[in-house]
Design a protein around this ligand. Structure first.
Ligand code: NAP
Length: 489
């Protein structure tokens, strides 16, 4: 069932609890499948309460040892992990395409992106500083200490199975926290391969555990991680519905919670935009990972005077896309992750048609390729009330509507609780600042469709999340601030 790799040890059909690779699960086994052909590719243990509690115990036990490492010693281990990821990038990309479906070149790009968080936080861990404050009493000194939060837990999605992992694990480890990871049921193999490399890089026993399991198991493991008083921080990336549940569950222990939730990104093209730049940006934002990204353009708003020209240009660009298996040369759109995902995309398209939208391209499953492929689709004459405009579609569907004024576009764009990312295209300097400041999003991108790097603070406002990942802010989330008063001087 496994794929041929240069280093076959990266194919791990085990969970990892407290330094031990575990092949049996208290809940039995489940199959990981290749979304391209629906065939099973791995059999993994289904873990539950016993393993989650075992991982919490191991992470708690490992904490003093890990915190006794200096920041530089932790950095050296992270640096070795980073170098190992680069060395095995081709294998890691293959594993990702095999279980997730994205084209191999996109998988390779994600591995490099994932590695960049490990490199960044290896360095950033050495720059976690406290402060010495001006004292208000001569017999006291006032200090601010930055200390690791303690045991951390992370729950990650399937759409970026490696980058979402390192964006959490690397800052946590660098800050001196230990970590329990629950990857998505669809894409655990990427997580396990990265964990194998981390252990090889010298991570002590118990510092990192990986709990494997199906969705049913996730529902059982979630409350154990979120309600345990020993787990001091939970970091979640996934849907808003599950994020809200975990936030509620975490209230009982008042633990720190970071949430990176879903988006419904607007992409606005103003009359004064450079059409070529706007089309390239729209294509890059919308169709990467077959439209299954939290920051991908979900709804396209184009100003009246430029509408027909934009439509013509985008239609021609969409015609260049090639749907197929991610390993096939030239493929730009892989399968959707599972049947549920495909059904949601199709339901959004049918809803738009029922409510009066016009289908310009695609609009149905690409069943001649496989059960989980969807044709790149363009819909126009859409309205804000349609599902494609009000909910995250998570598929290769481009709904386009026209607007008259800047104020109208901003009002439509801001009319969502999902304030993760928003895009706009303009060459007018005044508008650049007006719109950039008016959009209610954690991430606003002008004149580009691509922006992610390890150096920027990534996260949303409103119901798109809490906290930031990446950049200097990303490690702050794994630190507590302690006021230390030294008196009697
Ligand atoms: P999801 O259904 O919320 O699942 C995310 C993770 O949560 C998976 O590991 C899942 O495990 C687990 N899970 C599911 N139900 C749970 C429960 N009751 N308790 C604890 N854990 C539970 O989301 P998804 O479909 O995998 O991912 C897509 C979503 O993630 C989209 O909304 C996307 O926008 C969002 N996302 C956000 C960002 C960001 O940075 N803001 C980045 C990437 C993705 P199983 O897989 O085993 O069910």
């Amino acid at each position: 069932m496994s794929i041929q790799l240069n280093n076959q040890a990266l194919w791990c059909e085990f969970g990892l609890i407290g330094g031990d690779w575990v092949s049996n699960g208290s809940q039995g086994f489940y199959h990981v499948v290749n979304p391209s052909d629906g065939k099973p590719i791995a059999e993994l243990p289904r873990m539950g309460k016993t393993e989650a509690e075992g991982a919490i115990h191991a992470a708690t036990k490992a904490l003093p040892e890990w915190q006794a490492f200096t920041a530089k010693e932790r950095a050296l281990i992270l640096r070795r992990w980073y170098e190992a990821i680069l060395e095995h990038a081709d294998d890691l990309a293959k594993i990702m395409t095999y279980e997730q479906g994205k084209p191999l070149h996109e998988a390779k790009a994600e591995i490099l992106y994932a590695a960049s968080f490990v490199e960044w936080y290896a360095e950033e861990g050495k720059r976690v500083h406290g402060e010495i404050l001006q004292t208000s009493r001569l017999d006291q000194r006032h200090l601010v200490l930055k200390q690791p939060v303690g045991v951390g837990a992370g729950i990650t999605p399937w759409n970026f199975p490696s980058a979402m992992l390192t964006r959490k694990v690397a800052p946590a480890l660098a800050a001196g926290c230990t970590f329990i990871l629950k990857p998505a049921e669809d894409t655990p193999m990427s997580a396990l391969a990265l964990a194998r490399l981390a252990i090889h890089a010298g991570l002590p026993r118990g510092v990192l555990s990986v709990l494997t399991g199906s969705r049913e198991d996730a529902i059982a493991i979630g409350p154990i991680l979120s309600k345990s008083p020993l787990v001091r921080k939970l970091s979640f990336t996934g849907s808003a519905a599950v994020g809200k549940k975990l936030l509620e569950q975490s209230a009982s222990t008042v633990k720190k919670v970071s949430l990176e939730l879903g988006g419904c990104a607007p992409l606005i093209v103003f009359n004064d935009a450079d059409i070529k730049v706007a089309v390239a940006g729209t294509m890059a934002s919308k169709f990467r990972n077959a439209g299954q990204t939290c920051v991908c353009a979900n709804r396209i708003l184009v100003q009246k005077n430029i509408y027909n020209r934009f439509l013509e240009a985008i239609e021609s660009a969409v015609s260049e896309l090639k749907v197929g298996d991610g390993f096939e040369e030239g493929v730009t759109i892989g399968p959707l992750i599972n049947k549920k995902g495909l059904e949601k995309v199709d339901e959004h398209v049918r809803d738009a048609e029922r409510k009066g939208a016009t289908l310009i391209k695609g609009g149905k499953p690409a069943s001649h390729i496989g059960e989980q492929f969807y044709e790149p689709t363009i819909l126009h004459n859409v309205e804000p009330s349609m599902l494609v405009m009000s909910e995250e579609t998570f598929g290769p569907v481009l709904p386009i509507m026209s607007f008259d004024t800047e104020e109208e576009a901003i009002a439509i764009a801001n009319d969502t609780p999902a304030g993760l990312a928003g895009y706009f295209f303009t060459q007018d300097a005044g508008r650049l600042f007006r719109v950039g400041e008016a959009l209610e999003y954690g991430i606003v991108v002008a004149n580009s469709g691509i922006f992610s790097t390890e150096t920027i603070p990534f996260g949303g406002v409103k119901e798109a999340g809490l906290g930031r990942e990446g950049a200097r802010q990303g490690i702050e989330e794994w630190c507590e601030t302690k006021f230390f008063c030294v008196g009697g001087l």
